[in-house]
Ligand binder design. Structure first.
Ligand code: ASC
Length: 127
């Protein structure tokens, strides 16, 4: 899939960056920094749910020695990283479902749960 390990790293970082941009648009509404617009929430949640599937293909074993913020622990505990990724994908699927209902309270709850799954992996495996 990738010509060089560096390409895989770039790919996964780009996927996380784009995902964060769309997650952040929902976050702004959840935090009252932007007016709530159900359509915007729905569109962004759908993108986040799709984008959440992408970064993992970039964590190939040959990228372990490429400089990035991924801690050595991630490579020693890749089964746990995968489990965390599965949790995150499930949480953003739940956010997507909530956004489809247009219910702000449900969006707030599932957004918070999803953010916690992002943070768990960052705390454990990101410099
Ligand atoms: C975001 C973002 C993250 C997560 C994390 C949640 O919007 O860019 O990495 O939420 O901050 O704690």
């Amino acid at each position: 899939q990738f010509q060089k390990p560096e390409d895989a790293v770039k790919y996964r970082q780009a996927a996380f960056t784009v995902m964060a941009a769309h997650f952040g648009r929902i976050g702004a509404m959840v935090q009252g920094k932007a007016p709530f617009d159900a359509k915007v929430a729905q569109d962004n949640a759908a993108l986040v749910a799709t984008l959440s599937k992408l970064p993992w293909a970039g964590f190939t074993p040959d990228t372990e020695k490429v400089k990035s913020r991924t801690k050595p622990e991630a490579w020693m505990e890749m089964d746990k990283v995968r489990a965390g990724a599965d949790k995150m994908m499930k949480a953003v699927a739940d956010l997507d479902a909530a956004a489809r209902t247009g219910n702000l309270d449900a969006i707030k709850k599932t957004f918070g749960d999803a953010a916690a799954t992002c943070k768990a992996c960052h705390d454990a495996y990101r410099e």
